[in-house]
Design a protein around this ligand. Structure first.
Ligand code: HPA
Length: 254
């Protein structure tokens, strides 16, 4: 078996390890951006070599605004990953995105603030960087990797909404109904707290990157309009994640 990493996966809220990952080897990676949220777990899934990182740490101790997104991505790159599938737990805003839906968004809007959102700062890289400073981000998720995610869902029979716009909010509190109404007017279908700066940093680092969003609840004021509880979030994520190992194994193959 080759030592190449076929795919890296970043797990979000409710996904702290990859079910079915075998022969797991643990790497503590220190990066030029500091420490990642936790170790990189490298193992085999359906014959493919996969690297896994829990975005919030394996004990879910790092809140969305304090995740060292740069270090997490740099650590995955350091172990040899070139493609990253980000699992993001989200709220659903528009009709097609109810609880337990899986979606592969094709666009995003960034509402976060005050986060370290580039690798190009003096502290991390004092060299002249010239034109690479402004990476193209018109399609924030790598189109070819998105197509492969969608194809893998077809092959494995996992139901997936094949587009959507992800709105990234600052958190850690959930949004007001007015904030969600504004996001709906802006064109957002999904809301989560971790989609940015991660996607932008992946582009700057030259990593292929796609998002698999797991809808945990209706966003504030949407759907049934009920209060959002952590228990609801976690049970919906667990239910919606049943087909993920197969989908991820198939994606890694392609
Ligand atoms: N808003 C923001 N982030 C989330 C939500 C939400 O409703 N649900 C899960 N992550």
């Amino acid at each position: 078996m080759s030592h190449r990493i076929a795919l890296a996966v970043i797990g979000g809220t409710g996904v702290y390890k990859l079910a079915n990952l075998e022969d797991v080897e643990t790497r503590q990676v220190d990066t030029r951006f500091g420490k990642p949220s936790g170790p990189v777990r490298i193992g085999h899934l359906l014959g493919q070599r996969i690297a896994f990182m829990a975005r919030h740490g394996e004990g879910h101790s790092v809140p969305p605004h304090q995740v060292n997104y740069r270090a997490n991505l740099a650590a995955l790159k350091e172990v040899g990953a070139t493609r990253v599938l980000a699992l993001n737990t989200v709220g659903g805003i528009t009709e097609r995105f109810g609880p337990r839906v899986l979606a592969c968004p094709d666009q995003l809007i960034d509402y976060t603030w005050g986060r370290v959102s580039t690798i190009w700062d003096a502290a991390s890289d004092g060299s002249g960087h010239g034109e690479v400073l402004h990476v193209d981000f018109g399609d924030p998720y790598t189109p070819l990797l998105r197509h492969k995610v969608i194809a893998a869902a077809h092959v494995t029979g996992v139901k997936l909404v094949e587009s959507g716009c992800y709105g990234a909010t600052q958190g850690p509190r959930l949004e007001t109904k007015a904030e969600i109404a504004r996001m709906r007017r802006d064109g957002c279908d999904l809301v989560g707290m971790t989609g940015m700066p991660e996607a932008g940093l992946a582009r700057e680092l030259g990593l292929d990157y796609a998002c698999l969003a797991i809808v945990a609840n209706w966003a504030a004021g949407c759907g049934t309009g009920e209060e959002i509880t952590l228990a609801e979030v976690l049970s919906n994520v667990e239910a919606a994640s049943a087909g993920l190992p197969e989908l991820i194994g198939e994606l890694a193959r392609g």
